[in-house]
Design a protein around this ligand. Sequence first.
Ligand SMILES: [Zn+2]
Ligand SMILES: [Zn+2]
Length: 347
Amino acid sequence: MLTVNAYAAPSATAPLVKTTIERRDVGAKDVLIEIKYSGVCHSDIHTVRGEWGPIAYPQVVGHEIVGIVTEVGSEVSLHKVGDRVGVGCMVNSCRECVNCLAGMQNYCLAGNTQTYTSVDRDGTVTQGGYSTHIVVVEDFVLKVPESIPFEAAAPLLCAGITTFSPLAHWNAGPGKKVAVVGMGGLGHMAVKIAHAMGAEVTVLSQSLSKQDDGIRFGADHYYATSDPATFDTLANEFDLIINTVSAPVDLQAYLSLLRLDGTMVNVGAPAEPLPISVFGLMGNRRSYAASGIGSIGETQEMLDFCAEHGIAPETELIAVDYINEAYERVLASDVRYRFVIDVATLA
Ligand SMILES: [Zn+2]
Ligand SMILES: [Zn+2]
């Protein structure tokens, strides 16, 4: 076992504090990663505060991890010491179910092993990226292309793949009109990726306060959802709507913006059920769907796509002891657009 520095939540209500955790010995198929940067996802906050159900404490979160391989097991063939690698929201899956066999580990029927709060194969609870090292089985480790700045690469492992997967699945591309709802960590990546895919991109944000950023990231149009006229102007307009907002929205209003055979996809997950009118779907044969992160294959494809198109998240680098303040700023939507922890400050 390796004892490493980490920042953990001691309870649902206490601030995160510095501590140490144990990482397992490097198994035959494992790689040991020295973590360099760790992104701060809104999910981290929901999780440590027990808002998505009770968890065991202390708990280390963080599932946007990049670092350098410092040791590999005897049977590892995909990575070598010195490689730039990443780890996202999952670190294993059952490998036997129909979805795993189809390469869709994120939809593992037994539930994928999450990077934090999951019970791992050895019975321990997984601990995330706010730490100096992590041990992960080699085929859940991604290759981070050299051309993506390392600290900017971290948020791709959750915010990037969570938006790339539905954009690719629902064929965002030339000739397609894509709307992105919300301009936060996920939304700003959805704009950059959809634009790079060749789609015509519209941002639907609460206000116009981030309009200049949205246009700079590649949006062709930008509307405020607080203005009711927006929903009249854009009726029957979009092939695809990616909703990154985790709070409940008026689904009927958004569905009315879909053209024939258009689809609205939630990547934000409101805790409460949302009412939906079947008539709203029947008009224009619309679909309403949801999408959760992406497979390992899609994640690698996304990293390579971002390298090829020169796109990366907008980040604000922080020292680890700023994390509790950073959480309050995430909750206040006061970050453009993703906090990333410089893990050197945890050494
Ligand atoms: Zn996340
Ligand atoms: Zn499975």
